[in-house]
Write a protein that binds this ligand. Structure first.
Ligand code: SAH
Ligand code: MG
Length: 218
């Protein structure tokens, strides 16, 4: 068994570090490792919550290496906490004509600069609507979209059923202590563990990675 750590090439790492977004470096490396392992299943990698493409770069590079596609879903209008007047608002990602958030242009620049456009399929719209139409097995589901219970639950219920056996479910912003952040992703994580359908693979601060069990194995 190889013990070589799976880390992105320097040019991918610097594109990731230069991108706008909410994925810290250490959690990003853990996500990259999960994506690389999951991509070896030969199935697409799915992300909910593109924002400006920071984490997408990591999935895209893992997808490129394995010859699969990274799919990323976002309506690009921002989550509740990213709206004007809220803690995570960035006025640089507002469409001046509409006065609404639009992270799609920034996402496209990020991906182009990283040289990864050919490995990503971007779905622009609401995650539950996309999940409803989705029909292919997935190697990775990365949940990093809306942080309300409504959104986090819909992302889990919509996408996790498409995970193949041995596929990885990664959840970001899991905070067991309410003092550290909102609880919706944590509740989804607990629910996934309690379902008995997953084994925990890794914990890197707020990033949790679970592996889908083979239901036939005892
Ligand atoms: N993964 C990103 C951060 C994502 S932020 C990074 O690494 O930086 C969360 C994103 O989820 C926002 O861009 C927001 O627009 C999107 N989002 C929230 N609820 C959504 C929903 N129901 N459907 C699609 N996208 C949603
Ligand atoms: Mg996040």
């Amino acid at each position: 068994m190889s013990v070589t750590p799976l880390t992105p090439k320097p040019e991918v790492l610097s594109a990731f570090e230069a991108a706008k977004g909410f994925m810290p470096a250490d959690e990003g490396l853990a996500l990259y490792e999960a994506a690389t392992r999951a991509a070896r299943l030969g199935l697409p990698l799915l992300e909910v919550g593109t924002y400006c493409g920071r984490s997408t770069i990591l999935l895209a590079d893992a997808a490129r290496a394995a010859g699969v596609t990274a799919v990323t879903v976002d309506h690009h209008r921002g989550s509740e906490e990213q709206q004007p007047g809220w803690e995570y608002h960035d006025p640089a990602v507002v469409d001046a004509e509409l006065g609404l958030m639009d992270t799609l242009p920034s996402f496209r620049r990020t991906l182009h600069r990283a040289g990864l456009e050919d490995h990503v399929l971007a779905l622009v719209g609401r995650s539950p609507q996309a999940a409803k139409l989705w029909g292919a097995p997935l190697g990775l589901v990365f949940v990093d979209g809306g942080h309300t219970d409504e959104h986090a639950t819909a992302d889990y219920e919509g996408w996790a059923p498409h995970l193949a056996v041995d596929g990885l479910l990664a959840i970001h912003d899991v905070f067991p202590d309410p003092a550290d952040g909102g609880q919706a992703p944590y509740r989804v994580y607990v629910r996934a563990l309690e379902s008995g359908e997953y084994d925990e693979v890794s914990v890197t601060r707020s990033l949790r990675v679970l592996r889908r069990r083979n239901p036939a194995a005892v």
